[in-house]
Design a protein around this ligand. Structure first.
Ligand SMILES: Nc1ncnc2c1ncn2[C@@H]1O[C@H](COP(=O)(O)OP(=O)(O)OP(=O)(O)O)[C@@H](O)[C@H]1O
Length: 253
């Protein structure tokens, strides 16, 4: 066992000196980060800091030019595509909710639990007891128990986001990547989303990209500030907020 691998014990995701340029522009420029098993982490930074590109690299959508991206202590993610990283247990929630609007909340969750069986076969499939219990649990977790029989298309924007998080959780990810979940939400929905993400971390790691500082405060977790494709500061929100460089490039704008 190499020293590097031994040092990764309990690490869900490890990025070391990752680089990626687009037409000569260094979108990711020496990015290193460690996400431990079950950790909740917020990633913030100005527009163009490389946050989305970082998620693209983790999920295999974009290949880094150099650097190490290691999953669960030994799997090299730089060799994998999006389908393979999803199979490993990396779930990604994009900014815009994508739910089946003409199906009920329950059916949306059932379809996600069903995996590869196909939409029609899944809806015809009788819900096994274990599946029902899992759906109950997911509905509770994403605050949609009372909306169980509503059409997903009739939900508020915030509720659609929660439903999609539930659909991703149905696939039992070990790491959930969430891109700006609070965008477009009411203040109350934003605070409930922070609670929800705190609830679901622990059993799996959760990395949240966000601009809304009230939301980041409510997440109450370690914060990484990205700037020009690398980590500018890391620590508690109070710690990074007091950093003069962070104030200059991000908070003070
Ligand atoms: N596929 C691509 N082709 C060309 N340039 C790209 C590509 N992906 C990202 N970039 C560039 O890389 C830089 C970093 O972008 P990225 O979207 O990762 O930043 P971000 O921190 O997510 O910003 P925002 O907060 O605005 O979403 C930007 O200048 C962007 O234009």
């Amino acid at each position: 066992m190499s020293d590097e691998v031994r040092g990764l014990k309990g690490t869900q995701l490890y990025l070391n000196d990752v680089h990626r340029s687009f037409d000569g522009y260094k979108a990711i420029n020496g990015l290193s980060m460690v996400i431990t098993e079950g950790e909740l982490r917020a990633v913030v930074g100005p527009n163009g800091a490389g946050k989305t590109t970082m998620l693209d690299i983790i999920t295999g959508k974009t290949r880094p030019d150099q650097g190490r991206v290691i999953w669960a202590e030994h799997t090299d993610l730089t060799k994998l595509d999006e389908a393979s990283t999803a199979r490993l247990g990396i779930g990604r929630k994009f900014q815009k909710p994508t739910v089946f609007e003409t199906h009920t909340v329950e059916d949306n969750l059932m379809l996600s639990l069903a995996g590869d069986r196909g939409v029609k076969a899944s809806l015809l499939f009788r819900i096994a007891k274990a599946q029902k219990a899992r759906i109950d649990e997911l509905l509770e977790l994403v605050r949609l128990t009372s909306a169980r029989h509503r059409l997903a298309g009739s939900l508020s924007h915030g509720q659609k986001q929660w439903l999609e998080i539930g659909m991703l959780l149905a696939q039992e990810p070990k790491l959930l990547l969430v891109d700006e979940p609070a965008a477009g939400m009411t203040d109350a929905e934003t605070m409930r989303t922070a609670e929800l993400l705190r609830d679901i971390a622990g059993k799996r790691s959760v990395v949240v990209i966000e601009h809304d500082m009230d939301f980041v405060r409510a997440l109450d977790c370690k914060v990484t500030v990205l700037h020009r494709g690398a980590v500018l500061a890391e620590g508690s929100l109070d710690h990074v907020s007091a950093n003069q460089e962070v104030i200059e490039v991000y908070l003070g704008r």
